[in-house]
Structure formats: structure tokens, C-alpha cells
Write a protein that binds this ligand. Structure first.
Ligand code: PHE
Length: 354
């Protein structure tokens, strides 16, 4: 019985000593002192031979168990120490090679952000998605048919002058060009809708456009538009006017309203220009709006039956409206930017303000 108590004490002492060991060398010393030849365990084992067979068997088993316990806890501690030593060694030998690149550590790369035009496009999309529109995109290189023909602008029609562009391959059977507006995406969408039975359609189509325009305070030869198209049954001009008004107040704020003025586009009939309250003077009249209180944002109208026919939609069954306006122009008005050319200047003093 006395031996059993001693063994418990031995195991406890071994546990304390193992926990206190912090290095491989120390745990080896602990192992030697508690299980080695001169250890109390080994000495007790040597005394077994002088005992009665009954006592010998009992003490032998107790000694065996105590040794197994002690060996296991030493081994566990040895594994922990080895892992910690390896981790320490790896941390100590770690090299940050970027420290050797001249200037990099001293001046970490600054994080950029989206250009104002991209941000404006994203917030315009948000407004329209909130109104139930989907967002679609189309190619910037178009054929004559998509940019003009399908939009009811036949070759040599004088209206082509409003959308003069850069031709890429005039000699080809069908010439390719840089699109002058996002309206050709209307044609792609309606063709897909016919092919896959996807009518009705409610979509906005943002993207880059090109025109042979000389850059000035309100024009860029490379600019961005967002197009809108609704094709459904029983759509009227009132739906168009209401959509434009809801958009205007949602995007520019509750004090800004819209109005439509008769205009001409070959692909809509009737057509209108849409204007919004001047954001500079809030309608009282100023230099920017030529004292009218209104600023033109884009064009719109009811989809011309000739366009429906060109894509294979029956104009007696379906009606719709379309609109298109400049994204850069929206950014200009919302942030009172005097000259649009600054949008492409890459001047960080300007870009960082947004
Ligand atoms: N595509 C026309 C333009 O660029 C705008 C527009 C779009 C007009 C849709 C009517 C309908 O001027």
C-alpha cells in the first residue's frame, strides 16, 4: 500500500518537472531522472525480486502502469517543445524580401479607387435596378446595321450626321465602326428576346461611346451613355414620362424635376429631349443653363414601329419606350464640374476629391 502512494507522488512530480521543462535538453534530463537507471522507479523494480510472489505481482503491475503514465506525459511534452522550437526557428529565419526593394518599404503603394465616371455609372444602375430594370451590355465595335440600319437610319439619311463616327473597316461587305450611342444594345436585346421568348423587357444598358466631336467643356469624343428600354403590352408615353421623373428625383434629389420637349430621333416616335432642373441655380436661371432653369440630359421616345419590325417584334402586339443620356454629363451636373475634359486628364488633385 505504501508503494502505491509513493508511485502517485512520483507520477505527480514527473508531471510537474515535465511541465517546467522548456527545451529539448531539459525534457531529456527530466526523462533520465524519472525513468532512467538511477530513478526511483528503476530502483523499485530492482527490489521486486526480494518480494513475496503475490506482492511482487501487485507491485510489478503498479510500477508498469506508473512508468507508462510517466513516459506518455514526457513524450507529450517533448512533442510540444519540438513544435514550439520549430515555430520559433521558422519565425527567426523569416526574411521579408520586399525590404530589399529600394523605396518600397519607405513609400508603400497607395490604394486607388474607381474613377468618378465608373462611380456615377454604378449609382445610376442602382437607381434603375431599384425601379425594376435589369442591366445589360453590348459591344463597342458595331456593324452599320446595329448602330444605324436597325435603328431606322438608312444609308445616306441626313440623321447620320448627328452620329458621325470612326469607321474601322469601310470596305468590308458590312462596315464596322465604333458605336456612337448605346441604342444598338436595344437591338441586340430585342433580337435575343425574340430568339428566346424573353419579352417583356425592362433593361438599362450602360457603356462607352465614340463620336467625331471636338472636345470642349461639355463634349468628349469618348464618353459614356446609359440607355433604357421597356417593351411590354400597352406601354404609353405616360409610362415614359413617369419613369424619367421618378429617376430624376431619385438620382438628383427631391428638388430636381424633369420635363420633356418635342424632338426628333429616327428610332422613336414621338420623340422628346428630356431636361432636368438646373442643379446649379435650382431652376431660377443662371449662366450654366442659359437663364432657362433647365439642363438637357438626353433623348427619349416611344419605340418606332419600324425598329420593332426590324427585329421581328409585332408592333400591333407590343409597345415600348426608350431613353438614353450621358453618364459623364450626369457626373458633371451632380458635382458641378465646369469642364468635362478634366474627367480624362488623370489629375490626382481632381480625382481624389471623389
Ligand atoms: N441614342 C440617342 C442619342 O445618343 C438618345 C436616345 C436614346 C434617344 C433612346 C431616344 C431613345 O442621342
Amino acid at each position: 500500500m505504501a508503494e502505491t502512494v509513493d508511485l502517485d507522488v512520483l507520477v505527480d512530480q514527473a508531471r510537474t518537472a515535465a511541465a517546467a521543462a522548456g527545451t529539448t535538453e531539459e525534457i531529456r534530463e527530466v526523462a533520465a531522472s524519472v525513468t532512467g537507471k538511477k530513478s526511483p522507479l528503476a530502483q523499485a523494480g530492482r527490489r521486486l525480486g526480494s518480494l513475496e510472489p503475490g506482492e511482487r505481482k501487485e507491485l510489478g503491475r503498479a510500477l508498469h502502469e506508473a512508468r507508462a503514465t510517466v513516459e506518455a506525459l514526457i513524450e507529450a511534452r517533448r512533442t510540444d517543445i519540438a513544435a514550439a522550437e520549430l515555430a520559433r526557428e521558422m519565425a527567426d529565419s523569416r526574411i521579408d524580401l520586399t525590404e530589399f526593394i529600394p523605396g518600397l518599404a519607405a513609400a508603400p503603394a497607395a490604394r486607388g479607387h474607381l474613377n468618378l465616371v465608373s462611380r456615377t455609372q454604378a449609382s445610376l444602375e442602382d437607381v434603375f435596378v431599384g425601379m425594376g430594370f435589369e442591366v445589360a451590355e453590348g459591344p463597342e465595335i458595331e456593324t452599320d446595321w446595329y448602330n444605324f440600319g436597325a435603328l431606322n437610319i438608312p444609308p445616306a439619311h441626313p440623321a447620320r450626321g448627328m452620329w458621325d463616327t470612326f469607321y474601322l473597316d469601310l470596305g468590308a461587305p458590312e462596315s464596322t465602326l465604333l458605336r456612337t450611342h448605346t441604342s444598338p444594345v436595344q437591338i441586340h436585346l430585342m433580337e435575343q428576346a425574340v430568339a428566346h421568348d424573353l419579352l417583356p423587357l425592362h433593361a438599362v444598358m450602360p457603356g462607352r461611346c465614340y463620336r467625331r466631336d471636338t472636345p470642349d467643356a461639355r463634349h468628349l469624343p469618348v464618353f459614356h451613355q446609359i440607355e433604357g428600354l421597356v417593351v411590354d403590352r400597352g406601354i404609353t408615353f405616360a409610362d415614359l414620362a413617369g419613369t424619367i421623373e421618378v429617376f430624376t428625383s431619385a438620382y438628383f434629389g427631391p428638388d430636381i424635376h424633369s420635363r420633356l420637349r418635342p424632338a426628333y430621333f429616327p428610332f422613336t416616335e414621338p420623340s422628346a429631349e428630356f431636361e432636368v432642373t438646373c442643379t446649379i441655380c435650382l431652376g431660377s436661371g443662371c449662366q450654366t443653363c442659359s437663364q432657362t432653369g433647365w439642363i438637357e440630359l438626353g433623348g427619349c421616345g416611344m419605340v418606332d414601329p419600324a425598329v420593332f419590325t426590324a427585329v421581328g417584334i409585332d408592333p400591333d402586339q407590343w409597345s415600348g419606350f426608350a431613353f438614353g443620356f450621358g453618364i459623364d454629363r450626369c457626373a458633371q451636373m451632380r458635382h458641378q464640374i465646369a469642364d468635362m475634359r478634366i474627367l480624362t486628364d488623370n489629375d490626382l488633385r481632381f480625382l481624389r476629391q471623389f
